[in-house]
Design a protein around this ligand. Structure first.
Ligand SMILES: Cc1cc2nc3c(=O)[nH]c(=O)nc-3n(C[C@H](O)[C@H](O)[C@H](O)COP(=O)(O)OP(=O)(O)OC[C@H]3O[C@@H](n4cnc5c(N)ncnc54)[C@H](O)[C@@H]3O)c2cc1C
Length: 511
């Protein structure tokens, strides 16, 4: 007997997510425990034309799991870790969609294994991470969730279940895909013809590339193409140690030059390591700069943080948080390399903070974590919602984009902070309105930023996805024809349009 809840008090928490979009409603929340139960719910819903919104842990920021009618299909009970295998290097695991990332990471730690995706808020589910192709700070080194997904079990809206393993099914040269189901039925679909922006991170609409692996279509599809029931994921060896720092700068030019050099040296180190591995060699842990994370704090972010951290140097106009993996053999050498890099770019090295122990690293992580906490206190005080961007641009456009953000906002009275994944040219601009007029102004400015990002070849969402909140921005990135092609692709898998209704597409594209 499948658990079903319909008491308004009991289902309330499934009607919203970290976007705080109000107004979500559903008649019930169902909690399937197997692929067969998920399939049964979906087949019935398609037959009845009932909408189904898939729910992970609700940490998404674009209202993807907020339902507007129908049922919520909660993945909470699909939470088994079915296998964990250590291999000569790293390992693999088979996990249910409802496994919580924090629990998974805790299990891997003593095994000496690492699952790289880490989208900051670790209460999320692995299924939710895959559905949004989540990334985060260490994506700079490891790439997004997509890179770690080897196999998916997916229940389609029609009630059929497919199992896709990486490397087994590809789109043809004309962008056609064919999936033969167990029943003998074949799904034929055509990939949209757009080209995705050439940026380091991208989470806007369906993943499309010539000759792509069909598995990649479902990663980042935001609950619109099928329900991810189970995944096999790839694991890496856990790094032995970590060197991290929060380094402050008195000039923005110096900060940007530091980031540019740290990025290019890190990429060169990785290319060298990969080429040695490709030839069958093993360098072990290299002693060259290879940042795992490069995260930015602008002047406004620092002034927020100063409320709690008096040690933020008075003359600093920005800071960068970095992480580098180490071993006992490389730690001292790497510290010297980083100090050299900081000196070359005139960082306020004496006033910066470094950590090599777990306890000190926790303090630096806490420093990062305090910024959203302080901002949330602000929103609570002014009873407003944050207006937060998620754009990434190509390397050569980043400095111009950052000045555009800053110049545009400085010309207003709006309060704002800019921080985030600078290694990937992906910072979040957070506008903090004090009243409804400022909120409306903030949204206008957001659109200016979207247009500029698209103009310079960037993406409008690098990690949070489109959900229900960013559809209007997706229209700036892709033309009407591309959106229609995406909707046609969805219809091939979900003919009645029951799944994730409202995510990515507006209603008229689906009807
Ligand atoms: C404080 C904070 C910081 C964050 N930082 C980052 C960050 O740095 N990087 C980043 O990428 N994200 C970040 N996020 C966003 C969030 O963590 C991710 O979007 C997360 O991966 C969503 O997982 P979830 O389980 O909470 O999914 P939910 O919010 O429940 O759902 C997200 C979407 O996926 C769909 N979905 C969920 N499960 C499935 C499934 N099994 N099958 C099909 N569709 C499904 C839902 O329908 C919805 O559209 C942050 C969020 C918070 C609150």
């Amino acid at each position: 007997m499948m658990l079903t809840k319909s008491d308004p008090d009991e289902i309330q928490s499934f009607l919203s997510d970290a976007s705080y979009l109000p107004g979500g409603y559903a008649s019930r929340v169902v909690f399937p425990e197997s692929a067969a139960q998920v399939a049964e719910i979906l087949a019935k819903a398609t037959h009845e034309g009932t909408l189904v919104t898939v729910s992970g842990a609700g940490t998404g920021t674009v209202a993807g799991r907020v339902p507007f009618g129908g049922y919520v299909l909660a993945t909470d009970k699909l939470n088994q870790i079915k296998s964990l295998v250590k291999e000569e290097v790293g390992g693999k695991a088979v996990v249910g969609a409802g496994v919580r990332l924090a629990d998974f990471q805790r299990l891997l730690e003593p095994e000496g294994l690492l699952y790289p995706p880490d989208p900051t808020e670790r209460s999320c589910f692995l299924g939710g991470n895959i559905a949004t192709n989540a990334s985060g700070a260490r994506t700079f080194k490891y790439g997004p969730t997509r890179n770690y997904v080897e196999r998916l079990t997916i229940a389609l809206a029609t009630g059929e279940v497919i199992d896709l393993r990486r490397g087994e099914l590809y789109a043809d040269a004309d962008g056609r895909i064919r999936i033969t189901l167990e029943s003998g039925r074949t799904i034929e679909a055509r990939l949209p013809s757009y080209r995705m922006p050439q940026v380091r991170k991208h989470a806007s609409g369906y993943y499309v590339a010539p000759g792509m692996d069909v598995l990649d279509l479902f990663i980042g599809s935001e609950g619109t193409l099928g329900v991810i029931v189970e995944a096999e994921v790839k694991l890496l060896p856990k790094p032995e140690g970590l060197l991290s720092g929060v380094v402050f700068f008195a000039s923005n030019e110096s900060l940007l030059a530091f980031v540019a050099e740290a990025r290019s040296v890190s990429i060169k180190t990785r290319q060298f390591e990969h080429s040695v591995e490709a030839e069958g060699g093993n360098l072990g842990q290299s002693s060259s700069i290879n940042a795992r994370a490069l995260e930015y704090f602008d002047k406004e972010s620092l002034s927020f943080l100063k409320q709690k951290y008096e040690a933020v140097p008075a003359g600093s106009v920005g800071a960068v948080f970095f992480e580098q993996e180490t071993t006992t053999g490389t730690e001292d050498l790497l510290m010297t390399e980083w100090l050299g890099l900081l000196e070359r770019h005139r960082a306020l090295a004496d006033e910066s903070w470094f950590a090599t122990t777990e306890k000190d690293q926790e303090n630096l992580r806490e420093f990062r974590h305090q910024l959203p906490v302080l901002m949330n206190e602000w929103f609570a005080r002014y009873k407003q919602r944050k207006v937060s961007t998620d754009m990434a641009v190509p390397d050569e456009e980043f400095a111009g984009m950052l000045s555009f953000y800053d110049d545009t906002l400085r010309a207003t009275d709006l309060k704002y902070t800019i921080f985030g994944h600078i290694g990937d040219n992906h910072v979040h601009v957070n506008i903090l309105p004090r009243d409804d007029t400022e909120a409306a102004r903030a949204r206008e400015i957001y659109m200016q930023f979207v247009r500029r990002a698209v103009k310079v070849g960037g993406t409008i969402s690098a990690e949070h996805g489109i959900g229900k909140l960013k559809r209007e921005y997706l229209r700036e990135l892709y033309d009407e024809e591309s959106l229609r092609e995406m909707a046609a692709l969805k219809r091939a898998f979900d003919p009645v349009g029951i799944l994730g209704r409202g995510n990515i597409f507006s209603e008229e594209l689906l009807s």
